[in-house]
Design a protein around this ligand. Sequence first.
Ligand SMILES: Nc1ncnc2c1ncn2[C@@H]1O[C@H](COP(=O)(O)OP(=O)(O)OP(=O)(O)O)[C@@H](O)[C@H]1O
Length: 228
Amino acid sequence: MLTLDVSDLQMHFPGLAAPVLAIERFHLPAGGQLAITGASGSGKSTFVNAITGLENVTHGKVSWNGTDITRLSSGQRDAFRARNIGLVMQDFHLFPGLSAFDNVVLPVRLARRLTAGERERALTLLAATGIDRVSQKIETLSRGEMQRVAVARALLQRPGVIVADEPTASLDRNAGNEVAELLLRLSAEQGTTLVVVTHDAFLAERLGRRICLASGRVDEDSGESAAQ
Ligand SMILES: Nc1ncnc2c1ncn2[C@@H]1O[C@H](COP(=O)(O)OP(=O)(O)OP(=O)(O)O)[C@@H](O)[C@H]1O
């Protein structure tokens, strides 16, 4: 599990006078569960892209367990993310033509040979997410099942943090609730820090702490966290 420390973070984009994100100080303890809410355009995705290193940070520090990822080269940042951060995105980012199982293990297989332990863990995670037909082609699964496969994939390498950007937004209420439950249960079981951008009140209320962004600033912070 990883601790997040952000200080003096600013994100500027060309052509915009004001920073899209300006966060002076933010701390999330290891194992904390955070919901990020806020109106459209308030900076939620920009915040997620900054803390995962998907976007280059123009100013300030983003540290995970003391490693300031803004000081890493883009290759080092990609390696850090692959090792430590499990990502779950709104539109799944799964590969058609591959089975559910092959999608879960793909990130490992792209880097090296899959170990027997990882094969076993992939099957265990798919079972935990309720996917029985692991050889079924991903495009023939329901949307809820696809997102559950994405959750299994995010957890395969025991990341210290899971970052999910609107993981339930493109699902109907039942499928969304199942994915929300799964993210909460599996990250709690494994002590994984969890950061979720969501408009889904059901999901936000279940997380230990909620922040609301407005114009790139933390406007409200419930300040509570299960791990604090
Ligand atoms: N690459 C970019 N270049 C210029 N402006 C950008 C860029 N990326 C984001 N922005 C601007 O930054 C602001 C915050 O965008 P962001 O996507 O973080 O908002 P959000 O809260 O995630 O919105 P939504 O809920 O609609 O997804 C918006 O005004 C957006 O237009």
